[in-house]
Write a protein that binds this ligand. Structure first.
Ligand code: ATP
Length: 609
């Protein structure tokens, strides 16, 4: 109230007793000074009481300054506080100095931020790797259509493999739901040769077999032509007794021929699709999206991405962007963007494609998977479910149980000797051998044929060969007319070569995924297999790091006695000379051919002029 004098407005003359303005001012000034002093004391005590550090409080407690109900006696506390007041002020000043200034020169190592995986990735449905003790008899699975059951049995499949027994009924269930419930997308990560192909082929055929549709209802996108052809063949084999039609669009035939196979114009319906299931390579898909009139994905029900991790890295013609745009335009549906789901959009967009992703080395990195725009995804994984939230889990891959893995270390000159020793002395047959370049593959094939003098039949399988030659080489390998097939990693993914007993990595695999897919060409479908990696001594540590990054620890080492290798090195020198001559004459004939082609072209040009 005293301070209110400052604001008193004298309404009448002589209201105030003291009319001298100077003494009035002094009086106010005195009062204000006192007030300021009083408040200062009050606020200091208040701060000390509430901001007292723990040590001081502990000291107080230790000295039994606590009353019966456990409260510190206020008086004593104030006393303590006053004593340590100075110290506390110093401390608080220190604390202020210790504040981190953003952008300051602090280069200290930051603590590692722990990754938290989304629930669906950290809690996958677990798939068994055991293909020996399977108990899911095909004839007893009543959710399988009778026609498909008998087709499976006629193809020699009496039991479903674990991945099939889990994934097929899941997909079917999702499609037997009411229309307004979109099917949940799935990611499947299971070892090579564990039967992933049938786990999408069977449910797709079963869902589509009762439809009469003139649209593309399912599309499988693959990275390479061979794989596309292989998957299309599996679809054809298992849809024999249904009216489902399959088309292969992989670029092995000219575009216009493929266009004729896939679309047709009708007076009553306009453009219709001749196939219900399309198996394609990413590159060819983009070509059809751009150039084929009537090629439409607006009724697409299934979108399968096989070898999904490879397809993620695959920027082939920017296929994902083009497909996304196409589906968006046709369906008015944001591919993968399901943020605006409402009843209206759900009913309007009932044709949302069900995405099924498969691979033996599927990345479980949420950031990578994000680009697929999966809808409420579920993960099926054969990776051990330990420590699932850690970073390593993302790269943990499994190999078939029946696969025996080994490595051998040597120097550069010993590499071909070891290969020869395994083929000739150890009688390894049906061998698939991987090199890092098609030139090495070619030279190695020439060398082994020259060296083996008819006892070794080696052939190369590379992208440089035309399709017909490649098919006949594979056929000869399967018929045991070829002992060893040498190729690059183009062969490594997904290719299903029955009865391949051995895999040799002649050159160091570039990374863990390459290694997994290479060795996965043997030990398939529950059969035993043997994989050997030949390493230079300098590559040993690198290889160990590679396999460790995939969750593998120890690997046994194979040894060969040095004298065994020196015994065979005599013939080797002769074979090397022969190989050099053959390769030189091949190069010469190639040069001659290209010169002849150029000359022919020039003379033709002159004639025209
Ligand atoms: N239930 C089954 N019983 C017996 N053989 C089967 C069964 N399912 C699949 N197979 C056979 O197993 C082999 C491997 O199958 P598939 O090619 O589907 O493996 P994958 O898991 O896709 O391998 P990759 O990862 O290498 O592509 C094929 O020859 C296939 O015919």
């Amino acid at each position: 109230m005293e301070n209110m004098d400052l604001f008193v407005i004298n309404r009448y003359r002589h209201d105030s007793i003291d009319i001298d303005p100077t003494s009035q001012e002094l009086k106010h000034f005195e009062k204000l000074k006192k007030d300021i002093e009083k408040r200062k004391n009050e606020s200091f005590n208040h701060i000390m009481l509430h901001q007292k550090p723990n040590e001081t409080l502990n000291n107080v407690c230790e000295e039994n300054q606590i009353n019966s109900i456990g409260e510190v006696k206020i008086d004593m506390r104030i006393e303590e506080v006053k004593k340590s007041g100075k110290e506390i002020l110093n401390n608080s000043q220190k604390t202020i100095e210790e504040f981190k200034i953003i952008g300051g020169n602090d280069f200290a190592q930051k603590p590692k931020v722990q990754r938290i995986l989304p629930f669906w990735l950290s809690h996958p449905y677990s798939i068994s790797r055991d293909l020996q003790n399977v108990s899911f008899t095909v004839s007893e699975q009543d959710w399988l259509h009778n026609t498909l059951r008998s087709t499976l049995i006629s193809q020699g499949i009496s039991y479903l493999f674990p991945v099939q027994a889990q994934v097929i009924p899941f997909i079917l269930r999702e499609h037997y739901m009411p229309n307004c419930l979109w099917p949940r997308d799935i990611c499947v990560s299971a070892p090579t040769g564990s039967g992933k192909t049938l786990s999408f082929v069977i449910p797709i055929i079963q869902v589509l077999m009762n439809e009469t549709s003139h649209h593309i209802r399912a599309m499988v996108v693959l990275p390479v032509q061979e794989l596309a052809a292989q998957i299309a063949n599996v679809f054809k084999r298992y849809s024999v007794h249904t009216n489902v039609k399959i088309a292969l669009l992989s670029g092995t035939t000219p575009l216009h021929q493929e266009q004729q196979q896939i679309v047709r114009y009708t007076d009553s319906f306009g453009w219709i699709s001749k196939a219900n299931i399309v198996v394609c390579t990413a590159g060819r898909l983009v070509e059809h999206l751009k150039n084929t009139k009537g090629f439409s994905l607006k009724k697409l029900k299934f979108l399968v991405i096989d070898e999904a991790d490879r397809m993620m890295d695959n920027v082939q013609n920017d296929w994902l962007y083009h497909m996304d745009r196409h589906v968006k335009l046709e369906n008015e549906l944001m591919f993968g963007n399901v943020a605006n789901v409402n009843w209206n959009s759900v009913y309007k967009q009932s044709a949302h494609p069900h995405k099924l992703l498969f691979s033996a080395t599927l990345s479980q990195d949420p950031e990578k998977l994000e680009q697929w725009g999966l809808f409420q995804p579920k993960l099926f994984s054969a990776a051990p479910a330990t420590n699932v939230d850690d970073d390593d889990h993302i790269r943990k891959y499994t190999t078939p149980k029946e696969l025996k893995e080994e490595y051998i270390s040597c120097n550069g000159e010993q590499k071909p000797l070891i290969l020869y020793y395994l083929l000739m002395e150890m009688k390894w047959n049906k061998v698939l051998c991987f090199t890092n370049s098609s030139q090495t593959a070619h030279r190695l094939a020439v060398l082994l044929n020259a060296w083996g003098k008819g006892k070794i039949k080696a052939a190369e399988l590379s992208a440089a060969l035309d399709r017909v030659t490649r098919d006949s080489v594979l056929k000869n390998f399967m018929n045991s007319e070829i002992n060893i097939l040498i190729g690059t990693d183009a062969l490594a993914r997904g290719i299903d070569i029955p009865d391949c007993s051995y895999v040799i990595s002649y050159d160091l695999p570039r990374n863990i995924k390459t290694y997994i897919h290479r060795v996965g060409r043997t030990g398939r479908a529950g059969r035993s297999g043997h994989a050997l990696t030949i390493l230079l001594q300098t590559q040993l540590q690198l290889f160990m790091d590679i396999i460790k990054s995939g969750g593998k620890s120890n690997m046994p080492q194979m040894t060969v006695k040095p004298e065994t290798l020196s015994n065979i090195s005599e013939d080797y020198q002769k074979a090397i000379e022969e190989t050099k001559n053959i390769v030189h004459s091949e190069i010469n004939s190639k040069v001659k051919k290209s010169v002849a082609v150029k000359r022919g072209f020039k003379s033709q040009k002159r004639k025209i002029e």
